[in-house]
Each structure stands twice: as C-alpha cells, then as structure tokens.
Design a protein around this ligand. Structure first.
Ligand code: BES
Ligand code: MN
Ligand code: ZN
Length: 498
C-alpha cells in the first residue's frame, strides 16, 4: 500500500524547496503569506488567463516560478470562506494531496485572505491529505507511467504552515489516528479473498492487541457449543472455517456499559447454492466491509485513546457452494432459539448477523448496538452511493447517527421499519424465513435483524452502496472507501466519551 504521508505543522515562512501550495478564496485574493510565496507576482496573471475562480477544491499550477527556490506552485480554491465547513477543509486537503503529484516535499500555506482557520480546520486539511493519498497498489510490480517504482516506495512529507502550529498538531493527533483506522478498513476491503479468508482476517484483527485492545477469537467448535446454527449454516459450504472476533477497548470508566459495533464479514459471497451471476461477482470480495469498518473503528478509538468502553464483534465466514453447502429449504436454529427457513442461500449476511447480534447483546448488555453490513443490493437501488441505509428501533440513536453523518460526510438516510414489513418474513415451516420477496428488500432484511436484538437500542447500517465501488471523490480514490470509521468515531466522540 502507499506509504501514509507525514503531515507536520510550522509557522509561516518563505518555502525553499519542493512543491508549494497556497489557498485562494472565491475571487482569488491572496493572503499575506500566500502572496509572499509568489514574489514575482505571477498568480494573479495565471488566475486571469486560466479563468481560475477559487471554487472549492479547484486547483491550478505553475512550474518553477521566477525568483523562488522551489519547483512548483499550486493554488487550491477554498470557495466562499464563510461557507467553509468541515467537509470543505477535508476537500481542500484532498485537493492539496492531488496537486502535490509526484513531489516528496510539499508545503501548504494555510493562509486565506479574510479568514482565521481554527486548529481543527487546519487538522482537517491534514486529514483530507491522508485520506486522498491512500492507494491500494501492493500487488503492482511494474513501473508506473512516470517511470518510477509504484508510489508506495516513496513517502511524501507535507508541512502545513499556519498561525498556531502547536494547536494544529494537537488537533491533528486524533485525526491521524482516525485516518489510520480508515486506511486499515480500506486495506482489508481491497484485499482479495484468496489472501484474506476468515482465519487471516481474524489474524489482522488480532494485531490490534498492540494498541491495548483485548482480543478473543471464537472458533467453529466454540460457536457450535453456543448454538450459532445460523452463522454455521452459512460457513459450512466453505473449506475455510469461520471465526467470530471480539475486540474490547476499555478506555472508559470501569463499570460503564460498553457501546457495541457489529460487522458483517463475509470474506467472499458467491451466493452459495443460490449462486450469483458471474458479472461483477469479483466485487463480493468486499462483502466484509462492515467487519472491516468495525476493525478500523476499534483501531481509531484505541489509537486516540477514546474515553469509552467499546466492543467490536465481527462474524467471519465465506459463502460458497459445495457438496456440504446448505440448501434452499434448510431450516437452521439460531443461538436465540428461533428457527429460520433458508429460502435463498444468498441472503447469508442476515443469517450470520442474527447470531453475532444475539451473542453481543447476551454477553455484553451494551448501551446500544450498531451493526454495519453490505447487506442488500436493494439499498443501492434505493439510495445509490451517497447515503447508507439506516434502520433503527431507537430515535435518539438514529438522530445521533444522522448528525454524525452530516458532520463527517459519511451520510446515512433513515428507512422505515414496521409490522407490515415484518410479517413478510413469516413462514409456515419455521419461526421466520430469510427473504421477504422482491419488494422492500432492504427493509425486510432489517426486520430480520431486528428479531435478534430484543429491546437493545440498535441501528443497522446497510453500507452495500457506500463501502465499496462508490465514485471517487476529493478524499477517496480507492475502490474501498472505509465508510463507517469516521462516522462511528464521531458518534462516539460527540456522545459517549467521558
Ligand atoms: N452481499 C450481498 C449484497 C450486496 C450486493 C452487497 C451488491 C454489495 C453489492 C448480499 O449477501 C446479498 O446477496 N443480498 C441479496 C439478498 C436477496 C437474496 C434477498 C441481494 O441483495 O440480492
Ligand atoms: Mn449474498
Ligand atoms: Zn453478502
């Protein structure tokens, strides 16, 4: 993978080498420090000839400006300064990382005419740089189009010049921990399934022990003893055995009940005996994006020493067709005791989550449970790539998630639950069936999960449209977005710490 760039902070000073990036608001006026970096005064002319308007995250560049020691000067637009919000700062950072191109030494002069950015704003430029700079190139062995080795071999050093570098550095420490969590989630989702099976995935989660997270890995035998017939039914068609990983971060007060995060980790979803069509099936290596987000989140919470007790649980299985695979019509008994008729073996995520949610609730009696899952194609039909589906039995939790989504840009949209939908998964052969027919596919999936959470405040995020294959943006160029890490880190930071 690309080396994560370093981001340092410094006071305003004339840059001597590398690439220099200045910021300009809509209209193009340069701040004092920005103008000082352009001694020959070439920028105003470039603005005119290139019709640069200073729109948010737009950029323009000049090579080796006269009278300077550095190689390249780029300008990033900030839009209207009073309209700049958190995402705007992230986008500016993203645009700066893009404008840096192949430079290894980059100075960003965060001086904007008519604006006094806060330490947090500056830190968000840094976070935007990190998020944009990520790329998954570990399997590229050939030289890239610039004749260089794959970009992972060089580390880019960013220095952000600002009014109060010490304050910015402090604010950036937490942001950098969150970026590490996003990188981890993206790496896991991008990794192909031949490399990352359930056992290997569990191994990656175990590495979080280095951060002070307690890890427990349940094997097939232990899950059988617990009666997890729904999860095990999905796993039985694969030669690779399932795992259930529990990650515990105890950063809060001793007896505070934990907050809980649960992830769907289907390392590959062929559909099983109800096999998927071949076109695009390769994307199903990402069917563990919910679990990856939980691992990334736990990393972020521990790395920034969040003052919260949090548990993360991920169910890791592979959904394969073989001689031992479960069949449509099979009836399995979940850990809750409820029986399920398997109508479609491709509706496997809900089967696995049924047991993990129940186990989480019984074992940890959490304040709330939020699960993330690439659960249904139907959520992509409903919401596209711009929002994850949110389903919840608790209005407060739903509102907090919605607010965290708007703040971070990892947006969620609440969908309905109700008895009319719930009855669509009744069946005469068992307590419920695992599909509800063609209509309202994302809602019936959520109704199914709801039968395994009892009274626990709970939210289900269907991230099938947001965690993978979403269009690239100013802050993400990777197939896997890491969706959920920043959202849930914010939920915790705003409401459940201290
Ligand atoms: N993993 C898929 C959902 C999915 C689809 C994720 C596209 C990401 C992109 C899930 O296990 C699945 O197969 N769902 C079925 C449910 C159906 C059989 C009721 C679906 O959405 O078609
Ligand atoms: Mn499936
Ligand atoms: Zn799936």
């Amino acid at each position: 993978m690309t080396e994560k760039p370093t981001v340092a902070f410094a006071k305003f000073a004339a840059p001597k080498k590398g690439s220099v990036i200045v910021l300009a608001p809509e209209g193009g006026q340069l701040g004092e420090a920005a103008a000082a970096a352009d001694p020959a005064g070439i920028l105003p002319r470039i603005f005119t000839t290139a019709e640069f308007k200073g729109k948010l995250a737009a950029s323009i560049e000049a090579l080796a400006p006269q009278g300077t020691d550095y190689d390249r000067l780029a300008v990033i637009g900030t839009g209207k300064p009073d309209a700049l919000n958190e995402q705007g700062w992230l986008q500016i950072g993203g645009a700066a990382a893009a404008a840096a191109k192949n430079a290894t030494e980059v100075t960003v002069i965060a001086d904007i005419a008519g604006l006094e950015p806060s330490a947090r704003d500056i830190a968000n430029i840094g976070l935007g740089i990190l998020l944009r700079a990520y790329s998954f190139d570990k399997y590229k062995t050939k030289k890239d189009e610039n004749g260089g080795k794959p970009s992972r071999n060089k580390q880019v050093r960013f220095t952000i010049q600002c009014a109060d570098p010490n304050a910015a550095k402090k604010a950036f420490a937490a942001a950098s921990a969150v970026a590490d969590g996003v990188y981890l989630a993206r790496d896991l989702v991008n990794e192909p399934a031949n490399v990352l099976g359930p056992v290997e995935f569990a191994g990656r989660a175990e590495e979080l022990a280095q951060l002070g997270i307690e890890i427990e890995v349940l094997t097939e035998k232990e899950m059988r003893r617990l009666g997890m017939g729904a999860l095990l039914g999905v796993a039985q068609g694969s030669v690779r055995p399932p795992r259930l990983v529990v990650m515990r971060w105890n950063g809060g007060k001793g007896k505070q009940k934990p907050v809980a995060f649960v992830g769907k980790g289907v390392v590959f979803d062929t559909g099983g005996i109800s096999i998927k069509p071949a076109g695009g099936m390769e994307d199903m290596k990402g069917d563990m994006a919910g679990a990856a987000a939980v691992v990334g989140l736990m990393h972020a919470l521990a790395a920034r020493k969040a003052r919260v007790n949090a548990v993360g649980l991920i169910g890791l299985v592979e959904n394969m067709p073989d001689g031992n695979a479960q069949r449509p019509g099979d009836i399995v008994t979940s850990m809750s005791g409820q029986t399920i008729e398997v109508i479609n073996t491709d509706a496997e995520g809900r089967l696995m989550l049924a047991d993990v949610l129940w186990y989480c609730k019984e074992e940890y009696k959490p304040q709330f449970m939020v699960n993330l899952a690439t659960l249904t194609g139907a959520i992509i039909v409903a919401l596209g790539n711009a929002h994850a589906g949110l389903f919840s039995n608790d209005d407060t939790l739903a509102e907090r998630l919605t607010a965290a989504g708007l703040a971070t840009g990892e947006k969620v949209w609440r969908m309905p639950l109700g008895s009319e939908y719930d009855k669509l998964i009744d069946t005469k052969n068992a307590d419920m069936k695992n599909t509800g027919g063609r209509n309202a596919g994302s809602i019936t999936a959520a109704q199914f999960l709801k039968r395994f959470v009892d009274e626990t405040p709970w939210a289900h995020l269907d991230v099938a449209g947001t965690a993978m294959a979403s269009p690239s943006s100013d802050i993400n160029q990777s197939w896997a977005s890491g969706f959920g890490v920043r959202l849930l880190d914010r939920l915790v930071a705003d409401h459940y710490e201290g």
